[in-house]
Design a binder for this molecule. Structure first.
Ligand code: SF4
Length: 101
């Protein structure tokens, strides 16, 4: 299981049982969630939006747990654990390469 795109069911089952209380300490709580899902809106710099989200993540005490969650659940969009989609894809690629025999 879990070799195709999308979340691995066994991983999700484990996450259901996982302790997600780290979310209570998220620095992004209380901020507009849209900040963490920058869109290429006219007149708005996507780079500025990403920088704004990352600045909040930089103050967060649960960055590692957030990133682990995003990687485990294959979050394709947004800023998680202080990293954008492209940065998380790079990590996943390295993890796949490291897992190869
Ligand atoms: S790392 Fe960023 S997105 Fe994740 S919980 Fe902390 S502030 Fe929120």
């Amino acid at each position: 299981m879990g070799k195709g795109p999308g979340p691995d069911i066994t991983t999700l089952a484990r996450l259901d049982e996982a302790d997600l209380r780290w979310q209570n300490d998220a620095a992004c709580a209380g901020h507009d969630p849209d900040i963490f899902f920058p869109a290429n809106a006219p007149g708005v710099s996507i780079h500025a939006e990403i920088a704004q989200a990352k600045a909040i993540c930089a103050t967060c005490t649960v960055t590692e747990q957030c990133l682990d969650y995003a990687l485990a659940t294959h979050q394709e969009h947004g800023i998680w654990g202080g990293l954008n989609e492209r940065e998380r894809r790079r990590i996943r690629r390295r993890q796949r390469q490291a897992a190869r025999p």
